[in-house]
Design a protein around this ligand. Structure first.
Ligand SMILES: [Zn+2]
Length: 271
């Protein structure tokens, strides 16, 4: 919602400036030019408003046009869902699994279908360790301004890969880069899928992304019961995120938090 307020404020300010300019020009311009200018201005304003609103909507963490979206759940229980986007990658999956196991923590891995298809053994290892896997599309495209056929293929193919690798639990969806607009939410709604975003994304913040301690501090300071945390631990360049993981697990555990999968978290939501 904050995204929308910023967009509306910007557009509102722009509109006022344009109207003031138009009012100044009004006295001297002939009637028909004035009318054309007025129509042009109205069109520009409408396009700006629509464009800004739609752009904000494509990446909103808390709002989408159709289907159920969960960013965090309301609960008094000290539970948190750690979620890892992308992969699986052979270089880092095992290490992440070991760190989770050391703290008896469950997590949710939003896997890319193509990578999961290349590494069904890694998907199986994640599942056997008791974690949940989610659908993060097949080829990680931006899922706005894409046809319904592309959406269907990206989503269904990925579910199929996860099932083939041996996963039988619930599958929620997380849009790549959180990008979607109309066709993706409509398809998710029509097939009863839940979109899961997050309320904390420490390694998306450039000022702390390269500092493991700062990442851990950020999570510990901002987590709430029912939080969903997004981290990227599957890439070479994300060593600070991997290094932050044991610290996050240890400190949240000391704070009385329990680590649950996204589906477990959804089931714990106060209704
Ligand atoms: Zn991703």
């Amino acid at each position: 919602m904050a995204d929308f307020l910023v967009a509306s404020g910007t557009v509102g300010g722009l509109t006022v400036v344009l109207l003031l300019v138009w009012r100044r020009a009004r006295g001297s311009a002939p009637g028909r030019w004035r009318l054309a200018a007025r129509a042009g201005l109205a069109l520009a304003v409408a396009m700006t408003v629509t464009g800004a609103g739609l752009y904000q909507l494509t990446k909103s963490r808390s709002l989408q046009l159709a289907g159920e979206l969960v960013r965090r759940v309301e609960t008094e229980e000290r539970v948190v869902a750690l979620t890892f986007d992308d992969g699986p990658t052979p270089e880092y999956t095992d290490r992440v699994l070991q760190e989770l196991e050391a703290h008896d923590a469950a997590a949710t891995f939003y896997l890319v279908g193509a990578a999961a298809e290349d590494h069904p053994d890694l998907v199986a290892a994640i599942v056997e360790a008791g974690h949940e896997v989610g659908n993060h599309s097949y080829s990680h495209p931006r899922m706005y301004f894409v046809s319904s056929a592309v959406v269907k293929r990206e989503i269904e193919r990925t579910d199929e890969v996860l099932r083939t690798a041996g996963y039988s639990g619930p599958i929620t969806f997380r849009p790549p880069g959180c990008k979607r607009l109309l066709t993706t939410p409509l398809y998710l709604a029509s097939t009863g899928r839940t979109t899961v975003t997050w309320d904390l994304e420490p390694d998306s913040l450039p000022e702390i992304a390269d500092d493991a301690d700062a990442l851990a501090d950020y999570v510990v300071d901002n987590v709430r019961p029912g939080s969903i945390v997004l981290m990227h631990v599957m890439y070479d360049g994300r060593e600070p995120s991997r290094a932050a993981l044991p610290e996050i697990l240890e400190r949240l555990e000391a704070d009385g938090y329990r680590f649950v999968t996204v589906s477990e978290l959804l089931a714990l939501a106060d209704r």
